[in-house]
Design a protein around this ligand. Structure first.
Ligand SMILES: C[S@@+](CC[C@H](N)C(=O)[O-])C[C@H]1O[C@@H](n2cnc3c(N)ncnc32)[C@H](O)[C@@H]1O
Length: 231
């Protein structure tokens, strides 16, 4: 069967806008000091995780990790797993590097790139044991819906990179996005919904309360978790 061609980088609709958020001095220092040690480069071709983490272990990916608290907490709670965080927002990358240093997390690597490029260039097929996308930008205006990262083309790319049995965990505080996520996932025969068809999952206790989830609470929003297994 012919593979659907991914849009070239030049024409791709981005799922983010580069926010100019100011780097704190500590974040800037962390970028300078720790990115060479814990950062991975998009220009390095397909990654060999066993070389990068210097062991054989399941590799989990968090996409758009914000300030990095969630990936840092998961990595601290599960030293037996490898974690890769991908985020375009530089202050967030600096913040995660600080957490990695403070908590001496040997099992986390960081990328400051568009995750589309990372998946297309660096991640081998069938190599990820879990993928987390927490509170992705909602792009709630009708004319912006096409920018949502959870869309059929992106999820098809992601699916190729996931191992059989891998977990895909999505969460959002926008009801319309939750429904959209459910529709996109229902159309993917390679995944089964852990909660049953069309059902949202109970929020797992281990999921970190992120900055954007807290913002959602302040706005009076509910939260929807979707947990799927690749079959
Ligand atoms: C609304 S924030 C949520 C951050 C965090 N997950 C949380 O819950 O606090 C979404 C994040 O996804 C990042 N993002 C969006 N599209 C991305 C992409 N294509 N590659 C990497 N990061 C992306 C944005 O920079 C932003 O920080």
């Amino acid at each position: 069967m012919q593979q659907k061609k991914q849009p070239s980088n030049e024409y791709r609709i981005r799922s983010f806008v580069r926010r100019q958020g100011r780097l704190t001095i500590a974040q800037n220092n962390a970028l300078g000091k720790y990115l060479p040690q814990f950062g991975l480069n998009n220009s390095d071709g397909v990654f060999d995780f066993s070389k990068i983490y210097q062991r054989e272990a399941p590799t989990h990916l968090e996409i758009g990790f914000g300030n990095g608290q969630s990936v840092a907490n998961m990595a601290a709670a599960h030293p037996e797993n490898n974690y890769l965080g991908v985020e375009v927002h530089r202050p967030g990358v600096g913040n995660l590097l600080q957490l990695i240093h403070k908590q001496a997390l040997a099992n986390v690597r960081v990328m400051s790139d568009d995750v589309y490029d990372v998946l297309q260039t660096n991640i081998d097929d069938y190599s990820l044991a879990a993928v987390y996308i927490y509170f992705p930008d909602p792009w709630h205006k009708r004319c912006h819906v096409k920018r949502r990262i959870v869309n059929p083309e992106f999820m098809a790319l992601l699916e190729k990179k996931m191992q059989k049995g891998a977990l895909l965990h999505l969460a959002t505080d926008w009801q319309d996005y939750a429904k959209h996520m459910m529709r996109v996932m229902n159309d993917m025969s390679q995944f089964t919904n852990q909660a049953g068809k069309n059902q949202y999952s109970k929020r797992p206790e281990w999921r970190t309360l992120t900055k954007f989830e807290q913002r959602g609470h302040r706005l009076g929003h509910d939260v929807w978790d979707l947990m799927f297994t690749k079959i």
